[in-house]
Design a protein around this ligand. Structure first.
Ligand SMILES: Nc1ncnc2c1ncn2[C@@H]1O[C@H](COP(=O)(O)OP(=O)(O)OP(=O)(O)O)[C@@H](O)[C@H]1O
Ligand SMILES: [Mg+2]
Length: 463
């Protein structure tokens, strides 16, 4: 482990030197200053120490003001105040302002050593945590949402507004692949307020009873297999976010239960008698037109109104104009970096092809096309022929007459894959609707989507 740096500030030079000598002997890199001004100059020039030990009453800048200066610089480090008996009251005030602790003068060396050790341990954990959080924030920062169209600007503005408003429900709408998961994560990680976890659940992936117990949790004995109590996602994400994806596929019964939670912010575990109160932000997403689901009585009107307080509508890629090129470029650059292949741009024909296509799978499809192009192309400039679009691949579809053609002699599984892909790509509708069209359950459709990687999931969640 590297040597910890400690700065000591005391207007009495003898005290500063004494402590510096003692701490050097203990294995620290210690340095003493006779004024806070002098110390701050060195701190700004050479970087912050791991800990500051400072006198409270000093001419010029006092210990309290020093703490404020540290705050202003957004530094995470412990400050220990030294003070004479008469000013203990002020030392307490200093702790309220963020000092780690105080030592009474004359300082007992053993006490000082113990306190320093504890403070340094505690703060190294704190700093690590802060680092992880900053990295996550960076990874999910608003700037990762690409696009300059008015709609996307609006999305970024909404996320910014939501930053310090806890608990608002947000409904994220948009076709498949338009970035609903991306937006949900960004809302969570950009929020100043949320220190809790981001928990995501796909309502289409589970049969209703399982979805219910996942969300609300259960007590021991609530049903046959409930051998021990288990908290649900709403509890686990207290102070954080639960993201309900494909909310349109939720059963009417469960919709009623969700509504009751959203109204009162309390719920009971399955088989439980206690009301549990949490402050968990709920984000919902759907690629369905919920107004239609409401009209067809598949979605509760009251729930729709409840979750539609703040709504984020993501534009389809074909409506984003030149943004397609911008997103394509960024994606190609990042795949290029991943595969260690240079990417220098698109030919004019490639650009025209990107702009002409209607991208039923939106940004996800665009990314897939570019990933493939980067893998197979031998030139750093991508040409139209490098871009293999869904509609020109191995099978033929005919939107005009509504027929789907498949080469004879293919395997049944291949047919299933192509057909589901075809329906997903051509029917710009919800998964719930697609499942109905195919005559399978939402869960089966979800399983097939996963099996054939029909909508490759977002990067695995951290933590
Ligand atoms: N505006 C955007 N800027 C940058 N990347 C984007 C944007 N929109 C989508 N993406 C990327 O496209 C991919 C698909 O996005 P995402 O999974 O969020 O879509 P979705 O709307 O949740 O789709 P589905 O309805 O199929 O679940 C992800 O890799 C995501 O990061
Ligand atoms: Mg999604």
């Amino acid at each position: 482990m590297s040597q910890k740096r400690i700065f000591i500030v005391d207007d009495d030079p003898k005290i500063g030197e004494l402590f510096a000598t003692v701490l050097e002997r203990d294995g620290y890199a210690a340095r003493s200053f006779v004024s806070a001004t002098e110390m701050l100059e060195v701190l700004d020039a050479d970087g912050a120490p791991d800990l500051i030990l400072t006198d409270l009453m000093m001419p010029e800048i006092s210990g309290i003001q020093l703490i404020e200066e540290i705050h202003k610089r957004n530094l995470t480090l412990p400050v220990i105040i030294m003070t004479a008996h008469s000013s203990v009251q002020t030392a307490v005030e200093a702790m309220r302002l963020g000092a780690y602790h105080y030592l009474q003068k004359p300082v007992n060396l053993e006490e000082m050593r113990a306190l320093l050790g504890k403070a340094l341990d505690l703060y190294s954990d704190k700093i690590e945590l802060k680092e992880i959080k900053t990295q996550r924030k960076k990874k999910h920062s608003v700037s990762k949402i690409l696009g300059s169209s008015a709609e996307i600007e609006e999305v970024r503005k909404t996320i910014d507004t939501l930053k310090d408003i806890p608990n608002t429900i947000v409904l994220i709408r948009g076709e498949t692949g338009t970035g609903k998961n991306l937006i949900a994560q960004t809302i969570h990680y950009a929020s100043e307020w949320s220190s809790g976890r981001f928990m995501e659940i796909n309502c289409a992936a589970l049969p209703d009873n399982l979805l219910e117990s996942e969300l609300f949790g259960y007590e021991k004995g609530a049903f046959t297999d409930a051998r021990a109590a288990k908290p649900g996602l709403l509890e686990l994400a207290d102070g954080g976010t639960v993201f309900l994806d494909e909310i349109d596929t939720m059963s009417l019964a469960l919709q009623a239960k969700l509504l009751s939670f959203l109204e009162g912010r309390t719920f009971r575990r399955l088989g439980g008698v206690d009301d549990i109160r949490v402050s968990t932000r709920i984000l919902c997403a759907t690629n369905a037109v919920l107004e239609e689901s409401v009209a067809e009585k598949r979605f509760r009107k009251d729930l729709f109104f409840r979750i539609n307080v703040v709504s984020v509508k993501l534009p389809a890629l074909r409506q984003m104009g030149k943004d397609t090129l911008l997103i394509a470029e960024k994606a190609a650059e990042s795949f290029g970096a991943d595969f260690n292949k240079p990417f220098e741009g698109f030919t004019e024909a490639a650009e025209a092809k990107l702009l002409a296509y209607d991208w039923p799978g939106n940004v996800r499809e665009l990314r897939n096309v570019l990933e493939r192009a980067l893998i197979f192309s031998s030139s750093p400039t991508l040409d139209a022929k490098d871009l293999l679009l869904l509609k020109t691949q191995g099978f033929e579809t005919d939107n005009a007459d509504g027929y789907f053609r498949f080469r004879s002699g293919g395997a049944l599984e291949e047919l299933e894959y192509e057909y589901i892909k075809h329906i997903l790509a051509t029917k710009k509708t919800s998964y719930a609707e697609v499942a109905r069209l195919l005559g399978i359950s939402k869960k089966t459709l979800w399983e097939k989507r996963k099996k054939y990687n029909l909508d490759e999931e977002v990067e695995e969640m951290v933590g």
